[in-house]
Design a binder for this molecule. Structure first.
Ligand code: PXP
Length: 237
């Protein structure tokens, strides 16, 4: 199973002070050295974390695979086509949301997706659609010409720690993988995955990659805090 590390929240921390640290470019290099198979960033319309400059620099420094999450917004589409990430993952985007809330509605957006996707293909950028693992969404995704879908694991993650509910959501995901495969789609998954809930998802055969962000950055802050305090304390002596 491949791991795509979402580094948005490194930038969230930086933007909280409008300063230059922590730097997502440095974070991406560390994640790659630690074994990440890809780096994911979401350039949001409101630029609340990742900035255009981050995308430009990461395009030059990421050596694994740069996956740009984005809404279907004409300004962002132009930026993506210019920046040339290896992959775009199309997500729904609402200004007020704290994080991406649901999957993209590929049924409702089918016409727009069919119109926009050839632009990415022509630019050599692979396309993934972030969707719920339902038959209708999978069928619509297959019609768009996208190579990948990323299944939203939020409902599974929210079911934790209730085992029966988690099993129900896990079964939905497994059925979705089978449907996607039959429709000729490749499958990734992500959202809300943590050190506590990831194992059953990582065990689904044929899911290629999990995209994980918040939980990794949250753990990094705590596992790194001891050393950070020691280093500062040493400077004060
Ligand atoms: N996949 C997609 C499409 C997302 O929008 C996000 C959050 O930006 C993730 C995966 C990662 O989610 P989390 O930060 O909860 O691990």
């Amino acid at each position: 199973m491949k791991l795509g590390v979402n580094i948005d929240h490194i930038a969230t921390l930086r933007q909280a002070r409008q300063t230059n640290e922590p730097d997502p470019v440095a974070a991406a290099a560390i994640a790659e050295r630690a074994g990440a198979d890809g780096i994911t960033i979401h350039l949001r319309e409101d630029r609340r974390h990742i900035q255009d400059r981050d995308l430009a620099i990461l395009r030059q420094t990421v050596t694994t695979r740069l996956n740009l999450e984005m809404g279907l917004n004409s300004e962002i589409i132009d930026i993506a086509l210019r920046a040339q990430p290896d992959q775009v993952t199309l997500v729904p985007e609402r200004r007020q949301e704290i994080t991406t809330e649901g999957g993209l509605d590929a049924v409702k957006e089918l016409t727009r997706l069919k119109k926009q996707l050839p632009k990415f293909r022509a630019a050599g950028i692979r396309v993934s659609l972030f969707i719920e693992p339902t038959a209708a969404q999978i069928a619509a995704a297959a019609k768009t010409g996208a190579e990948f879908v990323e299944f939203h694991t939020g409902a599974y993650a929210n079911a934790y720690p209730h085992e029966a509910a988690m099993r129900t959501e896990l079964n939905r995901l497994v059925e979705g993988v089978n449907l996607a495969f039959a429709a000729g789609l490749r499958v990734n998954a992500g959202h809300g995955l943590t050190y506590h809930n990831v194992a059953p998802i990582a065990a689904i055969p044929a899911v290629e990659e999990l995209n994980i962000g918040h939980s990794i950055v949250a753990r990094a802050v705590l596992t790194g805090l001891d050393q950070a305090v020691r280093e500062m304390k040493a400077l004060l002596q």
